[in-house]
Structure formats: C-alpha cells, structure tokens
Design a protein around this ligand. Structure first.
Ligand SMILES: NC(=O)c1ccc[n+]([C@@H]2O[C@H](COP(=O)([O-])OP(=O)(O)OC[C@H]3O[C@@H](n4cnc5c(N)ncnc54)[C@H](OP(=O)(O)O)[C@@H]3O)[C@@H](O)[C@H]2O)c1
Length: 260
C-alpha cells in the first residue's frame, strides 16, 4: 500500500473556513474521512457545532470554532484555539467567500468592493501567515485557497469577485515561492458552477438550470462533494511535489461557448 498511504491524513490537523455548508463542509468531511482532525469554522458557532457533531457521530474527529474571516481577532482566535485544542496545524483551507454585488463596475458601491476583498482575499492572506509558523515548525504544511474559474477568466458583472479570486492565484504563487524552502505548499482550486446557496442566483429556476445543462460539457453543474477529492489530494502527501498550482474543477465549462 505504498501509494494509497500517501493519501492518509491520520495525525494531521486541518482548519476549513466557511465549512458549515456547501463546498467547505464537503471538503472538511473529505479530510476527516481520510483521517485528519478537522476544525469546522464559519460565522455561526451553532452551525459549525452541528456539522462537527455530525462528523463525530460518523466516527470522525472534529470540533467547531466560530470565525468571521473578515475580523482580525476572529482569525487569530481560530488559529490559537486550534493549537490549544489539537496542538498542531498542518492543513488550512481558505474557503469562506462572498459575492455581495452583481452589476457594472461603474455602479459598484465601494463598500461591497471592500467587503469582497476583505473576505475573499485579505482574510486568506492573513490566515495563511498566521498558520505558517505552525506548519514551518512541523516541517510541512498545505494551504489551499478556494478561488473560482471566475478568478482566471473575465465575466461581466462580477468585477470585485473575479478580482478577489484572481488575487488568490497570485497570493498562492508568491507564498509557494517564499515557503517552498520550509516545505509549506500552497495551491489553488478553481471550481466551476457548484450547486450551493452562494451560487443560487446563477442556477435557480428551470430556464437557468436548462441553460447550464446545455452549456457545461459534462451536462450539469457540480455538487459540493465533487470538490472534496481535490482538497484531500492537495492536503495529502499524494501532492507532495505540487506547490503554486492552480487546479480547475469545472465540468469543462471554460472550454465551452458562452452560456445561452
Ligand atoms: N458555488 C459555486 O458555484 C462556486 C464556484 C466557484 C467558487 N466557489 C467558492 O467556493 C467557496 C464556498 O462557496 P459555497 O458555494 O460552498 O458557498 P455556501 O454554500 O454559501 O457556503 C459558504 C460558507 O461560508 C460561510 N461564510 C460566509 N461568509 C463568511 C465569513 N465572512 N466568514 C466565515 N465564514 C463565512 C458560510 O457559513 P455561515 O453562514 O455559517 O458563516 C458557509 O459555511 C467560496 O469561496 C466561493 O467563492 C463557489
């Protein structure tokens, strides 16, 4: 079992932000099922306690810690409490994200722009540097930023979101360049359209769903569990030579014609 063992996350501790539902919850579960101890985090203690409790009932190891990622004291508390409880930190998934404004750049309120950048880009930058010393001490670590295909191509109406997600790609590549010598790897996942609360405005209604199904080469949007495998891979030694990589998981939509 030489190769299978590379996916084993036993003994590792992971923090996943925005893990009370959607893609974050699926990734957190994936890491836990492969043996990691997982800190499930989001803005609501009750919500993360519920997810952690479900994991524990399934024989997994998890706790919930509240963290609004735009708040500096919450970010510090998340990392400190993780170390207090589990004694180490090996994996950080920066998954929490938002998109408060859809529309033309010239009408975009600066508040919405600032909120998007704070949650989607500035928080991952700060959380990863709070996590870094603990990973460096262990001699290894894996940071995973959840970007989007919107971070690697332009689309009308999503300027702030796309900018923040594009920033995550460069953040990962700079971190990879700086932290490789400490064996702390940083990679990016770019999901396509995944059926969650955040993306609801894109898929709700029969007409929108039909248009997606017609346009995506695989004929449908994804469900959150389909994002978990890449997270397990990037968190584990199976990807030990990968850093600064940008992995697309989009059903082929980047290669499809514009949605009709
Ligand atoms: N769905 C897609 O099609 C898609 C495509 C590409 C990329 N993505 C990216 O994937 C990530 C997850 O999105 P999703 O679709 O899974 O969304 P979702 O189902 O709406 O879940 C969002 C999660 O983030 C938490 N959250 C929201 N704001 C937060 C904040 N300020 N601080 C901490 N946690 C916060 C929410 O929990 P609480 O409400 O409990 O805080 C929830 O757990 C995002 O970064 C998104 O941009 C999604």
């Amino acid at each position: 079992m030489r190769i299978k063992q590379l996916f084993n996350l036993e003994g590792k501790v992971a923090v996943v932000t925005g893990a009370s539902k959607g893609i974050g919850e699926a990734m957190a579960r994936g890491l836990a099922e492969f043996g990691a101890k997982v800190v499930v985090s989001s803005r609501k203690q009750e919500a993360v306690d519920q997810v952690a409790e479900e994991f524990v009932q399934d024989g997994l190891d998890a706790i919930g810690i509240e963290c609004h990622v735009a708040k500096e004291d919450h970010r510090k508390n998340l990392i400190n409490k993780t170390i207090e409880h589990y004694g180490r930190l090996d994996i950080l998934i920066n998954n929490a994200g938002t998109n408060p404004y859809f529309g033309p750049i010239e009408n975009m309120p600066m508040e919405a722009y600032q909120k998007t950048m704070d949650i989607n880009l500035n928080a991952p930058m700060d959380l990863s540097r709070l996590a870094f010393p603990h990973m460096k001490k262990n001699g290894s670590g894996s940071v995973i930023h959840i970007s989007s295909i919107e971070g690697i191509h332009a689309s009308a109406g999503f300027a702030a979101y796309n900018l923040s997600k594009a920033g995550l790609v460069m953040l990962a590549q700079n971190q990879a360049a700086e932290w490789g010598k400490d064996n702390v790897r940083v990679n990016v996942i770019c999901p396509g359209l995944v059926k969650t609360k955040l993306s609801r405005m894109l898929w709700e209604g029969d007409a929108r769903t039909a248009s997606i199904n017609k346009t995506v080469p695989l004929g449908r949007m994804a469900v959150p569990d389909e994002m978990a495998g890449l997270a397990v891979f990037l968190a584990s030694d199976a990807s030990s030579y990968m850093t600064g990589s940008v992995l697309v998981n989009d059903g082929g939509i980047l290669h499809a014609p514009v949605m009709t």
